[in-house]
Design a protein around this ligand. Structure first.
Ligand code: SF4
Ligand code: SF4
Length: 293
């Protein structure tokens, strides 16, 4: 296999078994509350978050995107070009997950994708000459995890269902494709601008910021959404997240799926001129939305 782009969900320093598993393959594994190692895996974490993970967690915690991102995440660069990612933040002196409570995971119903998949690692990859990405699964065997000694066997397909990861994967699918596309385009499209990274962050992780933009005058000057398409974006977080992925594809790669107003090019040119002027006057001013890309 070549020309593949491994993605995320590989737990920290994974003793990942280098055997690609399919949905029909069987693993021997069971995790439960009475196991001697209960919570050991949450005491030293390095967990990458997907957009849908953040949506679920911030809702669970009744926080705004900005509050959640500031309190519970730390940024990292997903690739050499500086594509922004976020991880769960741990204390400087304690690598345990901040959601680990006395009785286990305090956000269990909304735990992130990585936690659901464990003890599997997931990679999204696009094989050579293939137009679509595929998931590949790998077993992760860590010494402290006794779940591998349990007698239960289960197929990867059934394990995914048991852990309810299908919904997470379905919602994040377009985002994963976007990352693969961005990576595979590589240096051919030049070094991404700071603005494009800021926009990627907004569309991926800051749902409330995205909603503010979509409801702003600047958005309606450029984009031409029907009422039917626009109204759900006001209240439906999943619809907004999926719309954000389309917006990212349109702005970053020119994949046009969102109708634009006839004079959008002219409006954008004016905005860009104003933005360049404002940037020159205050380079540290806040990012205002993708019309400035
Ligand atoms: S069996 Fe593995 S995944 Fe389950 S609690 Fe123990 S260390 Fe964590
Ligand atoms: S979110 Fe829950 S399951 Fe995941 S590492 Fe934290 S405490 Fe453990």
């Amino acid at each position: 296999m070549s020309d593949t782009s491994p993605l995320e969900n590989i737990p920290y320093q994974s003793p990942l078994k280098p055997v690609e598993l399919s949905l029909e393959d069987t693993i021997q594994f069971r995790c439960h509350k009475d196991i001697a190692c209960f919570n050991e895996c949450c005491k030293r974490i390095d967990i990458l978050l997907t957009p849908y993970d953040i949506l679920r967690l911030k809702k669970h915690l009744k926080m705004s995107s900005n509050e959640f991102l500031a309190q519970y995440t730390v940024p990292y660069e997903m690739d050499q070009q500086g594509m922004p990612g976020v991880k769960i933040r741990t204390a400087d002196d304690n690598p345990a997950c901040p959601f680990l409570g006395e009785n286990g995971c305090s956000v269990y119903e909304d735990r992130p994708t990585v936690c659901r998949y464990y003890a599997l690692g997931l990679m999204s990859m696009r094989k050579e000459k293939s137009l679509t990405d595929e998931n590949a699964y790998f077993l992760v065997k860590e010494d402290h995890c006794l779940g591998h000694n349990e007698s239960r066997t289960i197929t990867i397909g059934d394990y995914r269902q048991e852990q309810c990861v299908e919904q997470y994967d379905e919602i994040n699918r377009e985002w994963r494709q976007l990352i693969l596309k961005k990576r595979s385009s590589g240096p051919a499209v030049g070094t991404p601008s700071v603005r494009s990274h800021q926009f990627f962050f907004l569309g991926s992780y800051n749902l409330d910021g995205l909603r503010d933009f979509v409801l702003s005058a600047g958005f309606s000057e450029i984009y031409n959404l029907s009422t039917e398409e626009f109204e759900p974006l006001k209240t439906d977080d999943v619809a907004l997240l999926k719309f954000g992925f389309r917006l990212l594809k349109q702005v970053l790669f020119g994949e046009m799926s969102i109708p634009m107003k006839a004079d959008a090019t002219q409006t954008r040119a004016h905005r860009r001129r104003d933005q360049i002027k404002a940037d020159a006057e205050d380079p540290n001013r806040n990012y205002e939305g993708p019309e400035v890309i």
